[in-house]
Design a protein around this ligand. Structure first.
Ligand code: 13P
Length: 340
């Protein structure tokens, strides 16, 4: 258990955060489509190898979440991807769920699958070098949903995943994501996020999950993306921290937020505002996918010769979020040459 806590602490060490690069095959295909690049195994490897070999990436990135395919791949010089990350001082992790599927008899709601055979897969992933794991549950807000049953079903699956992960020696990242899609207010997002977290932690406790050896990856509490009144970073920070303090035990070492479709700038500003408020019992960090990768993906455009520009774009976002970890981010840092 001590080892799990050590890994969890390393993942949220001051100033650092996680790069989520665990897009499943359909998701990475969608991302590549936006830059007109076909999603072949070769292109996926080329893109991710460039990301992970950005010079000194380990200065601000503590861990990378990989997809199954990537953990089994080798870089062009033959080095396994997990080894490449370790040499950067980065902890390799793995997404272990198999995606959110429609919840039977519950229109518009989903439950995440992937528990069958999970014990065996976790042992394989640990042997391949993964030290932490991630499972994402998806909660939608709409008329009459989420139902308590949907929250319960997802909390139960998250807790079974977390217990199995700890048994295999992997730190579970528990991700109950309340989607920002919709016209709902920030107050509504707070209520649903609180209800989801309440059920998740009750279920984690019932499954005897060791809170010191896990991380929580929640959504920030924000206004729905179609809501007219958009909350400011300061409001997002206050409401998010109020909600988390009510439902997340202080024994959890860190909160690593997802970006969930926020622009990269907004995700950084919200994280910065939370760290400026202070007074939280956990490290407040990031585990961003899109908010770290979007500018890098555009700069790359599928061309190897854009590799340096792409790595610069990634390092720039990592640097901005590093500053946000201390509440020291300023908009003037958005000029690309502001990266030291
Ligand atoms: P986003 O930051 O793009 O939401 O991705 C984080 C993630 O890992 C979702 O599971």
């Amino acid at each position: 258990m001590k080892q799990l806590a050590d890994i969890a602490h390393a993942l949220v060490s001051p100033g650092k955060g996680i790069l989520a690069a665990d897009e499943s095959s359909p998701t990475i295909e969608k991302r590549f489509k936006s830059i007109q690049v076909p999603s072949t195994e070769e292109n996926r490897l080329a893109y991710r190898q460039l990301l992970f070999s950005a010079p000194d990436l380990g200065r601000h990135i503590s861990g990378v979440i990989l997809f199954d395919e990537t953990l089994r791949q080798r870089a062009s010089d033959g080095m396994p991807i997990a080894e490449l990350l370790l040499r950067q001082g980065i902890v390799p992790g793995i997404k272990v769920d198999s995606g959110a599927k429609p919840l039977a008899m519950h229109a518009g709601e989903k439950v995440t699958e992937g528990l069958d055979g999970l014990r065996g897969r976790l042992a394989d992933y640990a042997a391949l070098g993964a030290q932490f794991s991630k499972w994402r549950a998806v909660i939608s807000i709409d008329r009459g949903i989420p139902t308590p049953f949907c929250l319960e079903a997802n909390a139960h699956a998250l807790a079974r995943f977390a217990a199995l992960s700890q048994e295999a020696g992997l730190v579970p990242i528990v991700e109950p994501e309340v989607l920002m899609d919709g016209g709902h207010t920030i107050e509504c997002c707070e209520e649903v996020t609180g209800a989801a977290l309440g059920k998740v932690f009750a279920s984690l406790a019932a499954h005897r999950v060791h809170f010191e050896g896990m991380l929580l990856k929640p959504n920030m509490v924000v206004s729905g993306n179609k809501c007219e009144a958009q909350a400011s970073p300061r409001e997002v920070a206050e409401v998010t921290l109020r909600c988390l303090k009510r439902f997340v035990p202080a024994a959890v070492p860190g909160i690593v937020f997802l970006s969930g479709g926020l622009s990269d700038g907004d995700a950084t500003k919200n994280l910065n505002a939370m760290n400026q408020l202070g007074g939280a019992p956990w490290e407040l960090s990031f585990s961003f996918g899109r908010a770290l990768q979007s500018p890098a993906l555009k700069a790359w455009g599928g061309e190897q010769e854009n590799g340096l520009a792409m790595q610069r774009a990634l390092l720039h976002r990592a640097h901005c979020n590093h500053q946000a970890r201390f509440g020291r981010y300023r908009e003037s840092m958005e000029t690309p040459d502001a990266t030291p």
